[in-house]
Each structure stands twice: as C-alpha cells, then as structure tokens.
Design a binder for this molecule. Structure first.
Ligand code: HEM
Length: 382
C-alpha cells in the first residue's frame, strides 16, 4: 500500500492523476505512513474540510514552520489578511497590467531566434520574479537569493541533486525569513511607492506588529513565485498536449480566462496543503482523531469525476470556476487576481509569437505539494 504514494519516485509524478484516481476510488481517506498524514482526495470532502476551519486548522502543520497567513487561524489571521488584501485586489492588479504586459513583451523579445527555445528559465520564471522586484518593490540586490531559495524549496529536478534531509529545508526556510527581514529593513530606509515600502513602513509595523509584518513578507516569499511559475509552465504543456483546444483559443482569444481556470483545475500548481485537526472527524466512514494532520489534495479533488465529467480532458470551455486550485474559504489565495493577470499576459504573448509550438525537453519536478516542470523547452518558429 505504501507504494501508492511515493513523491520521491519520478514514476509517481509521471502517473500522478492515475494514482489520485486509485486513491479517490479505493482509499478516499488514505493514511500515508511515510509522512504520517491522512490524504483526502474527493472533491466534496476536501471542500467541506476547507469550510470547517474551526476543526481543520492551519496552525501547527508541516507547513507552518515559518510565520505566515497559511499558518494562522482566527482573529489574527483575519486582521492580517484584511490588511494585505487591498494590495492584491482585482482593481489594484488592473492598474499594473500595462507595466506587466511591457515586461512580458520584453522577456519574449530577448529569446533567441532559434527553432528550440528554453522557456522555463528565460521567460516563465523571470516573469513573476521581475514582477516582485519591479512592481512590488522587493530590493533588487537581494532578489537573486530569494529566487534560488524558491527553486530549492519547491521540489527537486530528478536529474539534479538528491533531496536534502528535512533539516536542510528548515535551514532554507530560516534563510528565507532572514532575507525577508533584511529586505524590510532596507526598504524602511529607502521607501518608494510600492508594496514592500508599505509593508516596512513604521506605521504598518505599529499597527500590525513586527511579527505581523514578517508574517506577510514570509507569505509573499513562499507564495508569489513558484505557484505562478508552475501555472505558466503547466499551461504551456497543456496547450501543446491538446492542440485542438489551443486552436480553439487561437480562433477565439476571448476564451483565454476560461482556459486559464481549466489549466488551474487540471494541473493545480499547489497540489495539496495540510491542516491539523482539533476534533475527531468522520470522512467516508473513516474516523480521524483530533491531533492528526490531514492533507487536502486539491489536485485530486479537481479531477473528481463526480464533479467534473471526463476530468482528464483539458476543455477550455468547461464550467469549472469552483475548482480548488486556489483553495476555498477563509484562506483562499490572496494572490489569485495577480496570478490570473500574469497568466493572461504570458499566454497572450506566447500564442501570438508561437501559435503552433510543440514541447521539446521537459520533465516534472519531484515534490509532494507542487506540480511543475523542472525543465521546459518548446519547438516552434517565432
Ligand atoms: C497560480 C498561482 C497560485 C496558486 C495556485 C496559489 C494557491 C494558493 C492556495 C491553494 C492557497 C490556500 C492555502 C490554504 O488554504 O492553506 C493560497 C493562499 C495564499 N496565496 Fe496563493 N497561489 C498562487 C499565487 C499567489 C500569488 C502570486 C501570491 C502573491 C501575492 C499568493 C499569495 C497567497 C497568500 C498570501 C495566501 C495565504 C492566504 C491565507 O492564508 O489567508 N498566491 N494560494
């Protein structure tokens, strides 16, 4: 049974959705003994638990080593979330769209005029990375270390180094937090009109406390890069794997927002996140006691045929706006409008320049919570 889930195995990631199917059908509440966590994979169960924040809590999980919104519950979470939301509202994001479009065009302009193009490092990663420095105001001289830490934390390239011991990940997280502190300190002395200046401002610190400010900085540090990178990469893969859907999109560019929702549904960048139970629960006839950790597998829920017929089919006109790729309920993604805006800008440009590309070298990352490429090139003349 333990072979059902082995996130260190390349094969597992190659056959991910088939594995989820087995879990959903045969073990909808599966205890992964290796990680000591209960995996919940059916759509209705995952959604119900996301709604039940009084019992399935964010604090004290395997993901709550660093202070962040995702490790907080209750009033403190509400207060800090309320403070940061206006910066990432749809309206605030729309005001940045022209600058973002220019940035995307510039990244594509720099690509070599060759039949095979490396996209992952030259465009896909650069887009959210440049956004956080140029539009959110993260200090440029500290940014390269952030990008490196993000790459190490999200997962492993199967052709790269073997995964480090758990204490290595904790050291990287400590480093990320120290980097965020340094960035806030630097911005406090050199404020401009941007998000990180607001975050480091003495009035913000007075209002929300040093720990509140670092909570929000850590969250951006953990959430703003790889998630979006993986949406862009995964969507690039999907459009090549389903050329008839891409053709439909080329014919009707107004279908792009729906296509992006379908990319999020079918290849959720954040595959699963944990909760800690503060009371016993019963799911599908299985009792899980208080104190246990559960994994809400958004990606498996998004493939539940009871919710989405023919779930493996990438259908850009599917009615799927209730997918769980951004979570649901009190902790639903703060950056969802930003991620969508980056995706619209990127895919519009990609399809304009390479309407008929095919996938070149590509392989999946090894990760137990993220879905994304470790390498991605395309063939296609610009
Ligand atoms: C495609 C891109 C993204 C995906 C798939 C994604 C996914 C998620 C998910 C699933 C959650 C819910 C966490 C939970 O329930 O515990 C979340 C929360 C969050 N995301 Fe995103 N995210 C993305 C992009 C971003 C970006 C660009 C930002 C930058 C602002 C961001 C900031 C956050 C924050 C601050 C939270 C915590 C919200 C809370 O706990 O109240 N995300 N995200």
């Amino acid at each position: 049974m333990s072979a059902l889930v082995d996130v260190t195995d390349t094969n597992y990631h190659e056959n991910l959705y088939a594995r989820y199917r087995v879990l959903r059908n045969e073990h909808p509440v599966y205890h992964d003994a290796q990680r000591n966590i209960w995996m919940i994979t059916r759509y209705d169960d995952v959604r119900a638990l996301l709604r039940n924040a009084a019992v399935a809590c964010n604090a004290d999980t395997g993901h709550s080593y660093l202070l962040s919104l995702t490790s907080l519950d209750g009033e403190r979470h509400k207060e800090l979330r309320g403070a940061v939301m206006p910066f990432f509202s749809q309206t605030a994001m729309a005001s940045m769209k022209p600058a973002l479009d220019a940035l995307v065009a510039e990244l594509f302009d720099r690509l070599p005029n060759q039949p095979e193009v490396e996209l992952l490092n030259s465009v896909i990663k650069r887009l959210p990375q440049k956004f956080v420095t140029e539009l959110l105001g993260f200090p440029k001289h500290l940014a390269p270390r952030w990008y490196e830490l993000g790459d190490c934390l999200v997962g492993q390239d199967p052709l790269g180094e073997q995964p480090g011991a758990p204490e290595v990940a904790l050291r990287l997280l400590d480093e990320l937090q120290a980097l965020m502190r340094e960035a806030l300190h630097w911005k406090r002395n050199k404020p401009e009109d941007d998000f990180f200046s607001w975050l480091s401002d003495s009035q913000t610190v007075q209002e929300h406390g040093e720990d509140g400010v670092i909570t929000l900085a850590n969250n951006i540090g953990l959430a703003a890069l790889d998630t979006t990178i993986n949406l862009l990469g995964n969507g690039t893969g999907l459009l090549a794997r389903f050329p008839e859907q891409r053709k439909r999109l080329l014919d009707k560019p107004e279908l792009l927002p729906g296509a992006i929702e379908e990319m999020l549904r079918i290849e959720a960048p954040t595959q699963a996140l944990p909760r800690r139970l503060v009371a016993d629960i019963d799911v599908q006839g299985v009792r899980i006691p208080a104190g246990e950790e559960i994994s809400l597998v958004f990606a498996a829920a998004n493939h539940d045929p009871a919710k989405y017929p023919q779930p493996e089919m990438f259908d850009i006109q599917r009615k799927n706006h209730d997918h769980l790729a951004f979570g649901f309920g009190l902790h639903k993604c703060v950056g969802q409008h930003l991620a969508r805006m980056e995706a619209i800008s990127y895919f519009s440009e990609l399809l304009r320049r390479y309407p008929e590309y095919e996938l070149g070298e590509h392989r999946w990352l090894l990760s137990h919570w993220a879905r994304g490429y470790a390498a991605l090139t395309i063939h296609g003349s610009a």
